[in-house]
Design a binder for this molecule. Structure first.
Ligand code: SF4
Length: 341
């Protein structure tokens, strides 16, 4: 079956420094597919520098891979014709971290809802357009009569973000990519926005890709999770198992730093304490070979700096890229979808 959206062996490098001669690898040979026939909420989690936002930008078509390909319904994004591009723009909607930047302060918030209606010719009359906006706002739990006609600064950050969720819904997309949608929103409003996303998944059959640095919200909102470390997949599988019983040392350290059960606090702000035993393993100088986590890993072994760990199938719903599981079977990275719901 052709995947709705697929990353196939994607590497993304950015140039930096004078003349951009130094290279930073943001994504390293990553493969994943997103199918929308069975709508799921999939989380991509990682700290800053894990490559999660680069991955999201690539899936949205805003960035091109340095090598590998991004496929939309089996076709390389670079070779989509105009009609296919239009379909893609409708099928895949984005919700970003900072909703305020999307609004024009001189226009009422209606403007951000009217734009997609006009662009995609969703309504034949002003009355029909108004009805569409009202329905979309109601679907995300907002009162249309108290929202339409107001200016961005008259609404809270949480309300502005919920309007962006309503805007995404207008186009009846098959996938919403939400990149840190609640990180700039008051803790008290996070749950409401995340529940709006869950509702779109449950009631409208829209798949959600939830990109976050926050494992607690990932746990509460998603079915599956992919944990990235420095552009590579560390652990993947059913969220319940990955968070409750992490198998990769990096995921274990992240989970240990979660201030359970308080959903309002985030991980990633607390420094991860490492065992001094890591000093016993000499990490290769250029970092080109071996496990990227070796210099932080309390369990690092000699093999860890000699070659990259493949993905091991730890149990039927989970895989971990770590030599601690080398007795388990290796699973090709293109097959990780079968671990997911
Ligand atoms: Fe640690 Fe080695 Fe596993 Fe990497 S492969 S996470 S260094 S034990």
């Amino acid at each position: 079956m052709t995947a709705f959206l697929e990353l196939r062996n994607v590497t993304k490098e950015f140039g930096r420094g004078i003349f951009r001669k130094k290279r930073t690898v943001a994504l390293d040979n990553l493969s994943m597919t997103i199918n929308t026939d069975k709508p799921v909420v999939k989380a991509i989690a990682g700290e800053s520098g894990s490559g999660k936002t680069t991955l999201g930008m690539m899936l949205m078509g805003f960035l091109q891979p340095s090598s590998g390909s991004v496929l939309y319904q089996g076709k390389d994004m670079r070779s989509l014709n105009r009609h296919e591009q239009q379909n893609f723009r409708r099928d895949v909607q984005a919700i970003f971290q900072d909703p305020f930047s999307v609004y024009n302060p001189f226009y009422p918030v209606d403007h951000v809802l009217e734009m997609p209606i006009e662009k995609f010719k969703l309504a034949k009359s002003r009355r029909e357009a108004r009805l569409l906006m009202e329905n979309a706002l109601s679907a995300v739990g907002m009162q249309p009569e108290e929202t339409l006609g107001r200016f961005p600064h008259q609404l809270s950050g949480g309300q502005r973000q919920r309007i962006m969720v309503a805007r995404a819904l207008l186009l009846k997309p098959r996938l919403i990519i939400a990149d840190e949608p609640v990180s700039m929103v008051d803790a008290s409003l996070r749950a409401t926005i995340l529940e709006s996303l869950r509702k779109l998944n449950r009631e409208f059959g829209i798949s959600i890709l939830y990109i976050t640095h926050d494992l607690t919200t990932a746990y509460h909102v998603s079915n599956d999770i992919m944990v990235l470390y420095r552009g590579e997949l560390a652990e993947v599988g059913d969220v319940e198992h990955v968070i409750k019983d992490p198998q990769h040392p990096y995921t274990q350290l992240l989970v240990d730093s979660i201030p359970w059960p308080d959903l309002d606090q985030t991980w990633g702000t607390k420094e991860i304490k490492l065992s001094s035993s890591i000093a016993q393993v000499k990490v290769n100088g250029n970092g080109a070979v071996g496990c990227k986590f070796a210099d932080r890993c309390p369990h690092a072994m000699t093999i860890c700096v000699q070659k990259s760990p493949p993905l091991y199938l730890v149990n039927p719903t989970r895989a971990s890229a770590c030599f601690l599981h080398q007795d388990a079977p290796i699973i090709p990275r293109e097959e990780i979808d079968r671990l997911m719901a």
